[in-house]
Design a protein around this ligand. Sequence first.
Ligand SMILES: [Fe+2]
Ligand SMILES: [Fe+2]
Length: 256
Amino acid sequence: MRILILGDVIGKPGREHLSSRLFKLRKEKNIDFCVANGENSSTANGISPNSLKDLYNCGVDAVTTGNHCFRRTKDLDTIYNGDIPVVRPANFPDSMPGKGWMVVETPIGNVGIANVMGRIYMNPIDCPFNAVDKAIDEIKDKADIIIVDFHAEATSEKLAMLCHLDGRVTALVGTHTHIQTADDRVTENGTAYITDLGMTGPIDSILGVKKEIIYNRLANYSSERFENADGPCSINGVIIETDRNGKATSIERVIE
Ligand SMILES: [Fe+2]
Ligand SMILES: [Fe+2]
């Protein structure tokens, strides 16, 4: 199976860019299944019922999230208990809406997806290593292909997760930094890995936000609200190819 996995889609600019490119990209690259991180897909921030639907209409089959997954308090039930496959990090408390893993059926096999969040330079949360083990236990009898989106800041924590999951999952991909790393590889044990997928959003920005706003916050102590940047966007992600046992055979970075 050929699977396209996309980093955080940033607001309306990111969704519009995706809608203008994704169907063509799927066709050109022979993509069977597409996963995208939607934690910043809503205009203000977070994910909303509309931004989730929009991602699905753009050609995304399944959505992962991250630290902004519960921003739209009123809409959580609509987002996480609706028909569109979406997960939130598994290491939030079980009492919170949604689930940290899912299995999506496709005509050529099931795809298991787990989402966990890191703990270094992030808000306190349960152990991601224990949480991912539990998620894999739930998925493994239902799907040979398992994709893990590890939403984390520190490269060390993401590589430690690779030690933990090597050979047990098809792909471990990092999100949250919005900057694509150049360390994509497939391990000897058949796990595709990249420290961060990058983002799908405005290029001339800081993490998708108007650069002046972030600059003024950091350099001049301002407290302006975040606003998505304008201008040309790019899609950041990877394409992985799997064999029939769910092992990864290749990984290719995509910037479109
Ligand atoms: Fe993000
Ligand atoms: Fe994030």
